[in-house]
Ligand binder design. Structure first.
Ligand code: RB5
Length: 149
């Protein structure tokens, strides 16, 4: 199951992405926000990242105006690899090299069509493992170390 959320700055793009998820019959849950009224992006990053971090969802999508606030917030959660992507190449690398479990986009940066394309690429790409796993293991080691300090 995939969880998705946005703030007001990402709301329109989130609606476009949900269309794509529906067309692809992806099992998803929309955790808000539900309109264009101003909200605080960390509240919505928390909803998605905590579910993915606890293993209650396989993956997540977060969208704010730039994608920056959502990625900063989501990456505070244990085991979260939230990747802010801007184009086809970064969407593909986010999966193939970083095995990103949360895709982050900027609603004020991307057109709906490009956002939909990036989600499709991320969903269809596969993690390459190998030398990249060594690097992800190092990220996990940093996380464990930070928890102790
Ligand atoms: C909200 O105006 C805006 O700051 C937010 O959507 C996001 O871009 C933050 O990083």
């Amino acid at each position: 199951m995939l969880v998705i959320a946005s703030d007001h700055g990402g709301y329109d793009l989130k609606c476009a992405i949900i269309e794509t998820l529906r067309q692809r019959r992806v099992d998803y849950q929309d955790l808000g926000t539900d309109d264009l009224e101003s909200v605080d992006y960390p509240d919505f990053a928390e909803k998605v990242a905590s579910r993915v971090s606890k293993g209650e969802a396989e993956a997540g999508i977060l969208i704010c105006g730039t994608g920056i606030g959502m990625s900063i917030s989501a990456n505070k959660f244990s085991g979260i690899r939230a990747a802010l992507v801007h184009d086809e190449f970064t969407a593909q690398m986010a999966r193939e090299h970083n095995n990103a479990n949360i895709l982050v986009m900027g609603g004020r940066v991307l057109s709906p069509e490009l956002g939909q394309r990036l989600v499709t690429i991320w969903l269809d790409s596969e993690y390459e493992g190998g030398r990249h796993q060594n690097r992800l293991d190092k990220i996990s080691a940093i996380e464990r170390q930070q928890r102790k300090e």
